[in-house]
Write a new protein. Structure first.
Lengths: 83, 225
């Protein structure tokens, strides 16, 4: 078994309104920053032991499918690195 | 009929629901989720509140609590299930009903009376009304914007499973009368069975005559009578 950190990034699907990101962008603009757009995402770093990177990615992907993401509004991706 | 009002850590409308049902002569009791569903539950309410502190997404944790397997099995057996506010979020997160409830377009928590148009009167939840009736029921949520994919929305409409839409006092469904930016002004939907429904507004807060502006919500809870 090898120790991995699987990073699951969950973001809103393109086209789904993100009021929190809009509010954050407005606050940055009030501070004088110039930006064209801003998107927010949730990142989960999961430490786990697995036989190989593929198994670690599969398990993290299942976590996203079953809890971390809501398929109605979210896309997600998984990146795995040895810890 | 004994209605089980399922209490999660952070539920806060469970007592209101029991009291409103009592007022209508419906036997109801609060059930702690960890104790499981009573065998004699002939109806289920998933009440409002902030289960699990709204961590991750509103309703996400409660939707995956073990009692929800029992709720799903009971729903499949035809036991009426009503999700209100956080209960609606739990219902959609658990797949009992389609779509998702997410952050209001305003990005604010909104607590205000709204008008709803009854889109179907031939369900247990709306038998007290006529189709097209306008009822006044309050909302209190930060994550009530109904989101659904375009194909799933088309199915929802084709299957006539929209139960309530936000509207103005005259029953017109307009952008201005949509408090949270919900897709198609949807305020409440049916599950695969008509005995399963969720809605963001609070019927239990518009049932007792001495509590607020309206008792229009009583008709929804009469489904359990």
């Amino acid at each position: 078994m090898t120790a991995y950190t699987a990073t699951v990034t969950v973001r809103l699907k393109r086209g789904v309104l993100d009021p929190e990101a809009e509010t954050t962008q407005q606050a940055l603009e009030r501070l004088g920053f110039d930006l064209s757009d801003l998107r927010s995402a949730d990142r989960f770093e999961v430490d786990l032991d697995a036989a190989d990177a593929d198994e670690a990615a599969d398990r993290a992907g299942e976590m996203a499918e079953r809890l971390l993401a809501n398929p109605t509004i979210h896309d997600y991706d998984v990146a795995v690195a040895e810890r | 009929m004994t209605v089980a009002v399922v209490q999660f850590g952070g539920s806060n409308c469970d007592r209101d629901a029991v009291r409103a049902l009592d007022h209508l002569g419906v036997d109801a009791e609060r059930v702690w989720h960890g104790d499981g569903l009573p065998d004699d539950a002939e109806g289920i309410v998933l009440p409002g509140g902030f289960s699990y502190g709204d961590y991750l997404r509103a309703g996400a944790m409660a939707a995956r609590a073990p009692i929800m397997e029992e709720v799903r099995a009971a729903a499949d057996d035809g036991v009426p299930v009503l999700g209100v506010c956080n209960g609606a979020q739990i219902g959609s997160e658990s797949g009992l009903t389609p779509g998702a409830f997410t952050t209001n377009a305003s990005a604010r928590f909104q607590c205000e009376p709204v008008h709803l148009r009854v889109e179907r009167a031939d369900t247990p939840w709306t038998a007290a009304y006529d189709e097209g009736d306008v009822i006044e029921v309050p909302i209190a949520h930060g994550e009530g914007r109904f989101e659904i994919s375009e194909p799933a929305h088309a199915d929802l409409v084709d299957d006539d499973r929209v139960l309530f839409r936000y509207c103005d006092p005259d029953g017109n469904v307009t952008e201005e009368a949509n408090p949270n930016g919900s897709t198609d002004s949807v305020a409440g939907v049916l599950g695969e069975r008509e005995t399963v429904a969720v809605l963001m507004p609070h019927p239990e807060r518009a049932t007792l005559p001495d509590l607020g502006r309206s008792t229009d919500g009583a008709g929804i809870l009469r489904a359990f009578a």
